[in-house]
Each structure stands twice: as C-alpha cells, then as structure tokens.
Design a protein around this ligand. Structure first.
Ligand code: CO
Ligand code: CO
Length: 304
C-alpha cells in the first residue's frame, strides 16, 4: 500500500510492480443539475478527478446508481449516457456496475487508474516556497443552490455546468510534465477544506490571496445573498478554526473559499523556480491556471 488512510488522500494507491501502481477511488452523489445527461457527465468527471489528482491515468470504472422506481426509466438512461460519454472522453471503459432503489437518484463511479509509483501527486507533497495554483474557478455550490431555488441566471448556471463537465486530465498532464508532487482536487470540503488537508499532511502553512482566487460568473452575487449549500456552512464550522482570515475581508467572500464544490479543479504546488515555465506552458496549451498563493513554513491557513 503506497497511499492509504494515514494520511488520507484523494484515492488509495497500491503498488503492483516497481514501475506500476494501481489507483482506486469512488464518489457518487445526488443531482446537482436538473438535466439527467449533464448530471451523469458531471458525476463521472467528478469521480475520475481523484485519479488525476493522484497523478494517475484512469482506465476502468463501474457505475454506482441509486434510482427511485417511480421515476421514468428514460431519466436513468440519460444519466448513464452522460456518464458513459464522459468516461469515453477520458479514455475510460465502464465495465458494469450496480443499481439499487432509493428515494433520491444518486450516481457516480468506482474508478481504477494507473500511475508510476515515483510520479504520484499527494497531499503530503507541498513544500515551503512552492506556489499554489488552482485550475478551475470556485462557485458551483452557490450557483447550483441558486439554481435549486430558481434564483439563478441561466448564463451563470450554464457557465458553472461547463466548468463541472471539464475533466482534470489536461491539468494533471501538465502537472506531470513539470514533475509536481503536491496536489489535490477541490470538491466537497471547498478550497480551504482541501487546502487544510494538504497543509496538515505536508506540515506546512498555506497563504491564500483572496483577491487572486478565481470565481465563476455570478458566484459573488449569490454569495452576497447567502445562497450557500448546507455543506459550505459545515465546512466553515469544521475547518474555520484553523483558518486565519484577515479582518478587512468580506465574510461572504471568505465563505466562498469554503463553498462546497462539485467536480472542481486541481490545487497544485509548483516550485517557485518552475513558475514562469509552468504558466507559459499552460498558456500555450490554453489551460486555465491561477496563482492563488504560496506555501510557507508553519501550520494552518492564512487568507490575506
Ligand atoms: Co479529491
Ligand atoms: Co473524492
């Protein structure tokens, strides 16, 4: 076992041979959007993300499905079609799965990937002096919550859906190209929750510049109106005591850093001497990356 529960990471990693490791992960959840096809595709992209966050390449997956018997079977067909097409785009074969009856639909994948044991990216890989890079903007929690309350502008929802549909495969390839070792993906615990896990696993302090953190269109507006999902408040209650936020920052904007994300981006640690080459290469590949802070000595997180 190369990566298990101590400390926990994005996925479990098991050495098969000196040059090959198996990555295993699963994730599934209730619909974040109304359209079954998009829900399926987002859930699949989200499930595969943990393989990318470990520096792996997903190869094989199984569907995990819960579905209410009174709903039209077409809906399930569309969820699975969305998941299947997203998996195919990632080069992943869905080889079966399991369905149970439940009150609310749920969908996701159990996924398997491969990696070289020396090229794993983990939460223990952050080093003082590294720069923190994020590959997708924040805001899926507030925007989908505004959607559920029918308060969302259609262009804000479609923007968030586009980000959630995006695989983290190319960002992970870029990270591998630069030999990065510290990484995680931003999902349910929000940016600060996942960043705190990385800070604790690596024994470092993370300094995040609030003004540099990218936000989806509309996120600030819904945040100011308090349209956060329950998970975002849970994240703040749980992780907040270890986060020092500068006093002058707006509470609703700091809360966005705790916003529970679905299919969020990668949080990468880039050694400072690779900064210019990394951002130039990302621009050449047309891959969005944002420098949002740095890694320092110490513990916890500072938001400035
Ligand atoms: Co993860
Ligand atoms: Co996960």
């Amino acid at each position: 076992m190369l990566v298990g529960l101590d400390p926990a990471d994005d996925a479990a990693v098991y050495r098969l041979a000196p040059d090959q490791a198996l990555i295993v992960t699963t994730d599934f959840f209730t619909p974040v959007v109304d359209t079954p096809y998009e829900f399926g595709a987002i859930a699949a992209a989200n499930s595969l993300s943990d393989v990318y966050a470990m520096g792996g390449r997903p190869i094989l997956a199984l569907n995990i499905v819960a579905f209410p018997p009174q709903l039209a079977p077409d809906i399930l067909t569309e969820i699975l079609r969305g998941g299947g097409e997203k998996a195919r785009q990632a080069g992943v074969v869905i080889a079966g799965g399991h369905t149970v009856q439940d009150k609310e639909p749920k969908y996701g994948l159990a996924a398997i990937g491969l990696a070289h044991p020396d090229r794993l990216m983990t939460k223990t890989g952050a080093r003082p002096g590294d720069l923190l890079v994020l590959t997708k903007p924040l805001g899926t929690g507030v925007i989908t919550t505004a959607g559920k309350q029918e308060e969302v502008k259609p262009e804000h929802l479609s923007g968030a859906i586009e980000w959630m549909l995006r695989l983290n495969n190319r960002a992970a390839q870029l990270a591998q190209e630069f030999g990065l070792r510290g990484a995680t993906d931003v999902t349910g615990f929000g940016l600060l929750g996942h960043a705190l896990e990385m800070s604790e696993a690596s024994g470092v302090r993370l300094e995040i510049d609030l003004g540099a953190v990218p936000l989806m269109q509309g996120a600030k507006e819904y945040a100011a109106r308090g349209l956060f999902p329950g998970g975002t408040h849970d994240n703040r209650d749980f992780f907040g005591p270890k986060v020092d936020a500068a006093k002058h920052l707006l509470e609703s904007e700091v809360l966005l850093l705790f916003d529970s994300q679905t299919s969020g981006g990668l949080l990468l640690c880039v050694p400072a001497d690779k900064r210019d080459a990394f951002t130039a290469r990302a621009a050449a590949l047309e891959l969005p990356v944002w420098l949002i802070g740095k890694v320092a000595e110490g513990t916890g997180i500072a938001v400035i």
